[in-house]
Design a protein. Sequence first.
Length: 643
Amino acid sequence: MNPQTFSVPAARPVHPVVQEVTTRVRQRSAATRAAYLDRIAVAAEQGPARSRLACANFAHGLAAMGTPDKDALRGFIKPNVAIVSAYNDMLSAHKPFETYPALLKQALREAGGIGQFAGGVPAMCDGITQGRDGMQLSLFSRDLIAMATAVALSHDMFDGALLLGVCDKIVPGLVIGALAFGHLPTVLVPAGPMASGLPNRDKSRVRQRHAEGLADRDELLAAEMASYHSPGTCTFYGTANSNQMLMEVMGLHLPGASFVHPQSPLRTALTRAAAAQVLQLTALTDNYTPIGHVVDERTVVNAVVALLATGGSTNHTLHLPAMAAAAGIQLDWEDFADLSAVVPLLTRVYPNGPADVNEFHAAGGTAFLIRELLDAGLLHPDVRTVAGHGLDAYRLTPTLAGDELTYQPPAADSLDPEVLRPASRPFAAEGGLRMLRGNLGRAVIKVSAVAERHHVVEAPAAVFDDQHDFLAAFTAGALDRDLIAVIRFQGPAANGMPELHKLTPALSALQERGHRIALVTDGRMSGASGTVPAAIHLTPEAAAGGPIARIRDGDLLRLDARTGMLELAVPDSELAGRAVADPPAQQHTPFGSGRELFTAFRRHVGPAEHGASVLHPVTHGASVINPLSHGASVVHPLTKAFA
């Protein structure tokens, strides 16, 4: 990639807090990062890995190829690139990938390489499974996707990889899987958002009216279908679009690739350019750039900064630590909290404002955002990226000059200051994510969409062990008062940590009636966390015997997002003497929607603050492999009860 010459201001020193957090992460990770780099150095032996395959192995890898490509691979004269895709034609964000493999293979041939479709990974939609049993598979699908990516890359046939994915768990899973093959250059290939439909504010209004019984199903369905209406990513700034922004800031996308529409000729040009670019990064060139070197401590800190500056998805307080761990880097919620105190909020995109990602892109998009953060000293500029050394190329906006992909600087000023602002004039002086601490443990809260008058809530607890019980109580009119809803047994070890976004309309309705309302849960709320203060990802979770399992109806709770406090007004001695509540009955026999297949995941998952991962469970050392006499299966471990 060769963006034309452009003027870049002299680099500002990196902000002292950004540097301090980076140093802390580097020191904390010294042993694990060194071990990881040693492993990928061993894997990156001289020459293509396929050159070491035995003849029978190699013949299997070539058998299905056409003659020209087969001859080229046999002679080891061209780099071979794995294509791994999350395509399915049910999910709008992944439907565009249907045609990408052929396009990428052709672009690779034209640029002097070869491509093989190495494998597909699953892609499920949290929007479809919200409130359903299938949502209990959602978070675990991230680690399953990582495993599927590893299977695709395990054949030792490849010099690089192109990974096709967009949505919530898919992109983190692809990255985690690719980092297990950290010696391979890897480019993430996005598909872009759908065109804007019904404004998000109008959609939310209909949802809330329906929750209150004021809108029927037909009206609600019409509103939802007007919002989600065509191929492409959903247009609100949830986890999927936070993924896209992060991949760009982390240097794993081509510059400006995130938010170009699927049907645009520019999208096709960017996809072809990704294929050409990965060939420039292989060990067969002088510009070898493996993904394990792109993702380092500075890159991870840059990602947290960008997430905070955009009020991005709370799910990334799980995904970023998990991705970092895959590269031997230990990222902590303390790091998020300390960075949040100095990173200004530069965007207002739904749910943090009425605009959608198309309006963000039109206002200046990622190029404007990255330029502002770089010039403010809030990003490390000297990182490795798939576009070259340093982040300066990511200040640029891609355009087409005829059929040629070119890059230009963004506008000097935001084209819509109600959506995107310079660092000198932010929407808020600090980022949208904070950490809460207290006698219940540690949790995170997203406050970028929460009015300041709601940052402190003190109210009696209303305790539920299932989100459906809360919604039933709301519908029955039993919750029309000040309260802090406690929804427990929703953590990764309990039921896979489903999102609880279905609670949002009911909680919002109670808040709009003038009540003091908040949520405390060991579950997730999603990238669409909104106007009600929500202490989420509470650790330790109820299933691990955390204090949340000892809360009783009527206990006084205080959530203070200003001071970072989450406290239960019960003396420690009394709290310790209380019995731990039993999980709901449905968690004793988690069958249906495939939940029984994930028993081993629930049993061995690590805590939320370490990414809720079964692949890098920092505090767990147990194996998930079961005895050979029962098939060595993690799916049906017959020697243990399903739990």
